[in-house]
Design a protein around this ligand. Structure first.
Ligand code: AMP
Length: 629
């Protein structure tokens, strides 16, 4: 297949294009209705198709003769454990766990929250939920109790699955106290908490509420996969919006299966039997699409790595994994590669390792800066590709499609739109702009299969957040431009969302927490440049009158507050006291100007600014911040 031809077809006749892609899937009932527009602007894909995502990832692979092939490699430098599961073994584990869930009363459509470290049981938990039609919501293990509570109240799970601990470098993090705290904060209470005891730090279980994972599963009978409608939800994945309340992105079974199969083969160039490494965490969308569902539904071997790019034990960790398991291609966030580059600028650690199995590297989650891009290409000698997507889309929007002939890659760009995505750039009035002109990046409807078409329990918020701003288009929230040949350049978010180490965080949520400090009159949290993490938050604070707190003391207290309220992943390390914040005459804080000042970029003082002198004051306070090189 050829890229230009596929792309043109996918836009001219999306129903026909995706019907053909869907035909290669092992449905219980093949869909006859491919694409149905809804009155509110959303679309239904494969409405009358019936399938099961766990069946496609496991039973179907065994039926195809891959029972003895390794399905999942667990590599954990933090515990010193390495384990492998064949497709048949993984199927047995998942079928039994699904039986345990069912015996605990979990059924089709029920929510299940999974709050787990990077252990194989996290992937098994997802697949077990999928097997019985329960809707899993994995919450990243780095989130604090408050964030877990928010998600529990929104997803209303009948069960929470967790482990006794997670491991960060050489630090053991007890999970159960976090779950206890979250359940104290949450209004909704699950019936049970199933706890995987890890030898590094077994937990004290609460009788009645907590159940031991191993004992419960040992008693269970394996269950078959339940045929589901294509539109039945597979999972909820919470992501930060511009308010404190996270958005529950809903992924449907049918569209997800069709899209991921397409992505694994045509974008990433993977075939059954290949070894794929999605370097991420099950708590993020990449963990869903590229650690669990995508590779397994394609019959690949997937690597689940419980470690870091550095210090587990060193900057050669990734190269060791690639060599040891003969990894063919990988996904990674740029921040991880920047961390490796910082420790091993010449790539000396890499020369001890045989990377001959590796065909290419795909990077996303944030912009791939050209220095890291060049370095990675130089030290590995392999093609390195930037590509762009979001939790909402679930699979890449722009990427080189290495499985399609004639698909070029261009360094500096996130590459061209993938078949299925009609990417355009609009101005403020919703008019398409010329090539190389910046504007809002949008996707003309219909969105292809796999993209979220609703938010859990709040369809109105979905319409308002994504479809109302530009009628007929999905609003990505990213700004940028397309060149004459359709290569896309992402310049960053146009809202108050920042990207820290590839993790999306809401500055609004951080502002809520900062503003609760008794000494703070008002504040703004903005993203500022960081050499490793891409962006980190910075709090600008106006103190209440007659406050005696020093700036370092306030900073310490705010850092602790954000750690407690959101989690260490937020990385708020700096707070600066300012006399006032720049505002419009109607009192809105001019965050866009603050961002420009913090990044050392030129700016035009907005005409709505009430007092120009404030900008000079802010410039003086922020003069010593690190700037993008
Ligand atoms: P998330 O949903 O957390 O994966 O975050 C998605 C956001 O990350 C996008 O809307 C972009 O702002 C940013 N992002 C992801 N991939 C890229 C990329 N390749 N280049 C620039 N920004 C990216």
């Amino acid at each position: 297949m050829n890229y230009e031809h596929s792309y043109a077809q996918s836009i001219a006749d999306p129903a026909e294009f995706w019907q053909r892609q869907a035909a290669s899937l092992a449905w219980y009932r093949s869909p006859t209705q491919t694409l149905q527009p809804q009155p509110d602007g959303t679309h239904r894909w494969f409405a009358d198709g019936r399938l099961n995502s766990s069946y496609l990832a496991l039973d179907h692979q065994v039926a195809q003769g891959r029972g003895e092939q390794v399905a999942l490699i667990y590599d954990s430098p933090v515990t010193g454990v390495a384990e492998q599961f064949t497709y048949r073994e993984l199927l047995d584990e998942v079928a039994r766990l699904a039986g345990a869930l069912r015996a605990l009363g979990v059924g089709k459509g029920d929510g299940v929250v999974i709050y787990m470290p990077m252990v194989p049981q996290a992937a098994m938990a997802m697949l077990a939920c999928a097997r019985i039609g329960a809707v899993h919501s994995v919450v990243f293990g780095g989130f604090a109790a408050n964030e877990l509570a928010l998600r529990i109240d929104d997803a209303r799970p009948s069960l929470v699955l967790t482990a006794s601990c997670g491991l960060e470098f050489d630090r053991v993090i007890d999970y159960l106290p976090l779950v206890d705290r979250a359940l104290q904060l949450a209004r909704h209470q699950p019936r049970h908490v199933l706890v995987l005891q890890r030898p590094q730090a077994p937990a004290q279980l609460s009788p009645g509420r907590d159940l031991d994972w191993q004992a419960t599963v040992a008693r269970a009978e394996p269950v078959e996969a339940l045929p589901l409608d294509a539109g039945d939800p597979l999972y909820i994945m919470y992501t930060s919006g511009t308010t404190g309340k996270p958005k529950g992105i809903v992924r449907e079974n049918g569209g997800n299966a069709v899209a991921l199969r397409y992505a694994m083969q045509q974008i990433y160039g993977m075939q059954a039997g290949d070894v794929w490494w999605g370097i991420s965490d099950v708590g993020w969308v990449v963990g869903h699409s590229l650690i669990v569902y995508g590779p397994l539904m394609c019959g690949c071997t997937t690597v689940l790595y419980e470690g870091k790019p550095i210090r587990t034990p060193d900057a050669a960790a990734y190269w060791r994994v690639i060599e040891q398991y003969r990894v063919n291609a990988l996904f990674c966030a740029p921040t991880a590669m920047r961390a490796i580059r910082k420790e091993d600028p010449d790539g000396a650690r890499l020369r001890d390792h045989d990377l001959s199995s590796l065909r290419q590297l795909f990077l996303a989650g944030e912009k791939l800066d050209s220095a890291t891009h060049r370095w990675l290409e130089q030290v590995t000698g392999k093609p390195v590709h930037d590509h762009w997507w979001q939790t909402e889309t679930g699979w890449p929007v722009t990427a080189p499609c290495v499985g399609l002939a004639g698909s070029a890659a261009r360094p500096g760009s996130s590459n061209r739109a993938v078949p299925g995505y009609h990417v355009q750039v609009l101005d403020d009035e919703g008019r398409p702009v010329a090539a190389n002109e910046q504007g809002a990046i949008v996707i003309a409807l219909p969105l292809p299969p796999g993209c979220s078409q609703t938010l859990w329990g709040d369809h109105g918020r979905y319409l308002q957040a994504y479809l109302e701003r530009y009628p007929g288009y999905y609003h990505t929230g990213d700004g940028g431009y397309l060149d004459e040949e359709g290569f896309v350049y992402i310049m960053g978010r146009t809202d108050d969302v920042i990207n820290v180490s590839g993790h999306r965080l809401s500055t609004g949520e951080m502002e809520d927490l900062v503003a609760q400090h008794p000494a703070v009159a008002e504040c703004a949290v903005i993203g500022v440049h960081d050499d490793i993490k891409g962006q980190v938050p910075l709090a600008l604070v106006v103190l209440k009158d007659a406050q005696t707190i020093t700036e370092p003391q306030l900073q310490d207290e705010l850092v602790a507050r954000i750690r407690e309220g959101i989690g260490a992943l937020a990385c708020l390390q700096r707070a600066r006291v300012v006399k006032r914040l720049p505002k419009t005459r109607s009192g809105k804080i001019l965050r866009a100007v603050l961002r420009k000042i913090a990044d050392g970029q030129a700016y035009v003082p907005p005409s709505t600014l009430d007092d120009g002198a404030v900008l000079a004051e802010i410039e003086a306070v922020l003069a010593d911040l690190p700037r993008a090189g």
